[in-house]
Design a protein. Structure first.
Length: 72
């Protein structure tokens, strides 16, 4: 068991191993950021679409109210 621990420490002490571990961690972080950004953009697009529908509804209501006032 002691030899296995020494071998592990020998491998993890190399610059190449540390660089690979750093690269893996950075990749996970970048991927997470990209997914969060995509979710936010999707939510913003959905909000904009819903706001457009609301604006159209408000304009139509105003138009109908104006027509009602003319009839009275």
């Amino acid at each position: 068991m002691g030899e296995a621990i020494k071998a592990y420490r020998g491998v993890t002490a190399t610059e190449e191993f540390r660089s690979l571990e750093w690269l893996k961690a950075k990749t996970r972080h970048d991927e997470s950021n990209a997914l969060n950004t995509a979710r936010k953009k999707g939510a913003e697009a959905e909000r904009a679409k819903l706001q457009s529908v609301i604006d159209e509804k408000d304009a139509r209501i105003a138009e109908l109210e104006a027509q009602l006032k003319k009839q009275q």
